[in-house]
Design a protein around this ligand. Sequence first.
Ligand SMILES: [Zn+2]
Ligand SMILES: [Zn+2]
Ligand SMILES: [Zn+2]
Length: 138
Amino acid sequence: MAATSIKKLLKTRNLKATELRMALLEIMSNLGKAVSYQEIQNSLTNFDRITLYRTLNTFIKRGILHKIIFEDHQSFYALCSMDCTTDRHQHQHVHFQCNQCKEVSCLEAKEPIQLAISNHFVDEIEITASGLCQECNK
Ligand SMILES: [Zn+2]
Ligand SMILES: [Zn+2]
Ligand SMILES: [Zn+2]
């Protein structure tokens, strides 16, 4: 994402384009995949950890990023699509972690994911899957 697009995105979410916000979104969009918290922290060493953590949470609240937590409690962050808004995330995808290279990706399901549970209104579905990614499965 170019700096101008990042600025525009922040503006639509009523956020000021601070140096950290810009840097964080640039990294996320350049990598184009889900990034672990560790990886983000390592790329932004010149920023304070607490501020970084707060910025990530702000982005989640504003529908810019979403967080993925796996069983081993490692957290990953991924950019949202434009369908996500300030009040609502709209995800219809599966979070896949490769058992071999440990990369995490957001995979669109071929068909809309629907889950019916009696007497409950399902608003969000979190699905994590594991196996071998395209690269490792060659
Ligand atoms: Zn989202
Ligand atoms: Zn892999
Ligand atoms: Zn995702």
